[in-house]
Design a protein around this ligand. Structure first.
Ligand code: NAP
Length: 248
């Protein structure tokens, strides 16, 4: 049976590399994006050029109605979902906690916590044997910030990733007997656009000398861990939080 995977935020960074690698391992891949249609289409085109199957699906995950529509589109375009990578996530500008506005916190928790919860809900409805499904696997893209705390930069982001880890632990137990595995990867500093979007375009360059490896990780290195957790090679892994952090 064809394996169908949805990668949220699959157009750039870690999500894009995950989509490419998963497609090379036989998954049909839905590449979700919110703004950058060209980037999403370029990932789809690369997969199609390798004789894989993929489709770009626009949905702003801040909007619960668009999440429902996204999963319906995956059903329609690719068939029965058997994998979800809850990858899309945001950071915000560097601020201390005593500077945060309510709207900043609402946006952070909406995107990094509420959206992955709702995506997990839609996935479980399709995968769970309790609902007539054939099982599946969910990988949440967390961050080592959940245990480091993000002080002076983004404690809200760190807290959102700690919530995502709690989703991994709790949901993995809820659905363990329903043929669904749920795991997290926790990247350290990875060289992607996310740092520029938080107003720190030189973050990788500036922090690399202080890292144990003396360098940031690549999106491909994180994708390798995600795709391993997606695979049958990780058949007894559930509720696992796998650091991909270069000893950080
Ligand atoms: P990125 O390069 O900034 O890419 C973000 C992706 O999320 C893009 O595909 C973007 O789509 C999508 N996205 C943003 N807002 C969205 C929305 N409202 N609805 C749907 N999709 C949306 O990020 P990244 O560094 O690859 O990060 C991916 C994940 O890894 C995040 O959860 C992040 O927290 C986590 N992480 C990253 C690092 C790091 O150092 N990079 C470290 C630890 C954890 P568009 O192209 O349409 O904007």
């Amino acid at each position: 049976m064809q394996k169908v995977l949805l990668v949220t935020g699959g157009s750039r960074g870690i999500g894009a590399q995950t989509a490419l690698l998963a497609a090379s391992q036989g998954w049909s891949v839905a590449v979700n994006y919110a703004h950058n249609a060209q980037a999403a289409q370029s990932i789809v085109d690369q997969i199609l050029a390798q004789k894989g199957q993929a489709v770009a699906l626009k949905a702003d995950l801040m909007d619960p109605a668009q999440i429902e529509n996204l999963f319906a589109a995956v059903d329609r375009e690719l068939g029965t979902l058997s994998g979800l990578v809850n990858n899309a996530g945001i950071v915000d500008q560097t601020q201390r906690v005593d500077e945060y506005s309510p709207s900043r916190l609402t946006r952070m928790m909406g995107m990094n916590v509420v959206a992955p919860f709702l995506c997990a809900k839609e996935a479980v409805k399709r995968m769970s044997t309790l609902h007539g499904g054939k099982g599946g696997v969910i990988v949440n893209v967390s961050s080592v910030a959940a245990r480091l705390g993000g002080a002076t930069q983004y404690v809200d982001y760190a807290a959102s990733k700690a919530a995502l880890d709690a989703l991994t632990i709790g949901l993995s137990k809820e659905v363990a007997k329903e043929s669904i595995r749920v795991n997290s990867v926790s990247p350290g500093l990875i060289d992607t656009d996310i740092h520029a979007s938080g107003g720190l375009p030189n973050r990788v360059r500036d922090l690399s000398p202080q890292l144990p490896f003396g360098r940031a990780g690549s999106a491909q290195e994180v994708a390798q861990a995600i795709c391993w957790l997606l695979s049958e090679n990780a058949s007894y892994c559930s509720g696992t939080i796998l650091d991909v952090s270069g000893a950080r």
